[in-house]
Design a protein around this ligand. Structure first.
Ligand SMILES: C[S@@+](CC[C@H](N)C(=O)[O-])C[C@H]1O[C@@H](n2cnc3c(N)ncnc32)[C@H](O)[C@@H]1O
Length: 432
């Protein structure tokens, strides 16, 4: 376990230095998957999910400052394990002391040992003290982030912050072109894999496991997609023969869903050349025979560069955003984002809406989607667009009764919710 603790601590340090967590994990694993990689990832993700509280606890426990970032991250990893995993406490502490040696800090063994043992003795009091210390320690989000969620969601801010600190479920979207949800659930049950239905075609795998090993993966029986994200494509009500644009398509989660719903003529655009190959791979794995699929690397906001002049019946803009609604899946985002990123993304979203609106047919529909809970990327963005475009009408959207939402904003819900979902936002616009 000490090797995994050490690697998780090094990955957490890399995120503190600005790397994304997947990149940090790949770097500490040195490109090659290691035996304990799943545990390393669990420890690093969990530690970052609770980083605000763990950092405050470390401070409360340290008799002298832990100047070394890797050592400090190691203590956080061990504290996370003590509170959120089933590993025996004595093993967590002993192995963390060994990990300090592996980090080439043998002189810190005593300090690491003393901090973790004191935590075990005074856990309740320390947690109570830290919860009162600051909102960052209480909620494990940056202060500016907490303030924004409080201001944008005065009724639901606690629920949003809490749901973002949960472990995310593994949610699948059943490919109805290949199988049915009941048939796939039965195959999983036969393999002793328990599932729970969510939404129209979703299945939550109750004990997450490596996706490629799940029954039906190679046959394209399902895609991995959060229940909230599965609501997007049906909102556009695509029909056979329609010309559809997915303007921010990579890696193809919503594009493949659109193609599952009808035989459409689909143009999939994305500006990121590295992510685009995943679109074609996903279409191939899901065995989606899209009669006409065009994949383009382009800045969708500048149609002069890529558009052939034929207008679209439907447009999906799954906009680049802060991803503040999906932090349970990407907890590094909480610590990597800066307050100024919100206005940078809002400007990109404004450009995409403005640039793509002329490419929509009269009476055509455009779905604006984000995976954010910040109003500046959602309601304010749409209000501003409607103010500038007299020919844009906002259609009302209805979600299922068990789907927590306020208007077009899905509220991130926790693992106890019947519609366990991330915090997406949707606005459906029709051209007059
Ligand atoms: C939220 S992700 C899209 C996820 C995708 N729709 C799915 O469901 O799998 C946003 C995407 O927008 C792309 N993007 C950002 N700015 C863009 C632009 N100006 N034009 C086209 N794509 C852009 C990013 O490269 C990224 O892949």
């Amino acid at each position: 376990m000490q090797h995994e603790q050490r690697m998780a601590a090094l990955a957490v340090c890399r995120v503190q230095d600005g790397a994304t967590l997947p990149a940090a994990l790949a770097a500490v694993a040195d490109g090659a998957p290691t035996r304990g990689y799943t545990l390393v990832a669990e420890l690093a993700y969990g530690t970052l999910r609770h980083w605000g509280r763990l950092a405050a606890l470390k401070q409360a426990l340290a008799t002298r400052p832990l100047a070394e970032p890797a050592l400090s991250a190691l203590v956080a990893v061990a504290l996370y394990q003590l509170d959120h995993t089933r590993s025996p406490a004595f093993a967590v502490v002993d192995r963390a002391v060994d990990a300090a040696v592996l980090l080439a800090r043998p002189q810190a063994k005593g300090l690491v040992n003393a901090m973790l043992r004191r935590y075990l003795r005074e856990r309740v009091a320390l947690n109570a003290e830290v919860a009162k210390a600051s909102p960052v320690a209480r909620w494990s989000y940056p202060r500016w982030w907490i303030g924004r969620v409080q201001a944008d969601h005065p009724q639901h801010w606690r629920q949003i912050l809490e749901a973002g600190n949960e472990r995310p479920p593994l949610t699948l979207r059943v490919n109805r072109r290949t199988t049915s949800r009941d048939a796939l659930a039965a195959r999983f049950a036969a393999a002793d894999i328990a599932t729970q239905a969510v939404g129209e075609v979703g299945l939550i795998v109750l004990a997450p496991q490596p996706v490629p090993a799940l029954p039906g993966f190679g046959e394209g029986a399902f895609a991995v997609q959060d229940a909230g994200a599965q609501l997007a494509a049906p909102l556009l009500r695509v029909e056979d023969g329609m010309r559809v644009l997915d303007a921010c398509a990579a890696p193809g989660g919503k594009a493949t869903h659109l193609a599952e719903l009808a035989d459409i003529d689909l143009v999939a655009v994305d500006s990121d050349a590295a992510r685009l190959p995943r679109v074609r791979e996903n279409f191939a794995r899901l065995k989606l025979d899209c009669p006409r699929l065009t994949i383009l690397e382009a800045d969708a906001a500048d149609p002069g560069d890529w558009w052939d002049g034929r207008r679209f019946d439907r447009i999906m803009i799954d906009a680049p955003c802060t991803a503040s609604g999906v932090v349970r899946r990407h907890p590094d985002g909480k610590w990597l984002r800066r307050k100024s990123d919100v206005s940078t993304f809002a400007e990109q979203q404004r450009r995409l809406l403005a640039g793509l609106w002329p490419t929509l047919k009269p009476r055509g529909m455009l779905l604006y989607a984000s995976c954010s809970v910040f109003a500046a990327e959602n309601e304010w963005q749409i209000k501003d667009f409607l103010d500038r475009n007299a020919d844009a009408l906002r259609e009302s959207i209805s979600f299922g009764a068990d789907c927590p939402h306020v208007g077009g904003q899905l509220l991130p819900s926790g693992n106890a919710a019947s519609h366990n979902q991330d915090g997406f936002f949707y606005a459906l616009l029709r051209k007059a």
